[in-house]
Design a protein around this ligand. Sequence first.
Ligand code: RP5
Length: 164
Amino acid sequence: MSKVVIFMGSKSDLPKMEPCAQVLKDLGVDFEMTVSSAHRTPARTEELVREAEENGCQVIICAAGMAAHLAGAVAARTVLPVLGVPIDASPLGGWDSLLSTVQMPPGFPVGTLALDKAGAKNAGWLAAQILALDDHNLREKIINERQVMQAEVEKAASETAEPK
Ligand code: RP5
C-alpha cells in the first residue's frame, strides 16, 4: 500500500482534492485516493483505516464538507498523522467544515489545512514533508520545488517592477 492515503467524504469533493493528488504526483509520492464517509459509510471508513495501518501507510489525508467529521472519525481510530482539508460544500461557505475539522478534542489532533484547493495542495506538501523526515531524496525534491517557487516570484517581481 502507498504511504499516503486520501479519503474524501464524497465524489463531489474530488475536483477540490485533485490539486492534492497533483502535488504528490509531482513529488513522486505514491498515494491512494478513495471515497468514504464518516456518516454514510462508517464501517467502510473504519475498515479502510485498519487496512491503511496494516499496509504501511504513514499519513492519512481526509477531505470533507458540511458537518465534516471524516478526519476526526479517522483520527479516533489511528495514531497515524491525520491531515484534514475542509471543503466548502454548503451555504455556510466552509465555516461548518472548517470548525468541524479543526476543533478536535485534546489527544485526537487533526492537522487542519486551509479550505478547498489551497488546503488540498498544502495537505500534499505537508504529507510529503512528514515522509521526508526519513527520506533524503524526497527532502531534496521539496527543497528544489521551493527554489522553483522562489524563482517564479522573483521573475514576476522583476517583470512588474516600476520603471525608475
Ligand atoms: C460531505 O458532504 C462530503 O464530504 C461533501 O463535501 C458534502 C456533500 O456531499 P454530497 O451530497 O455531494 O455527496 O459528507
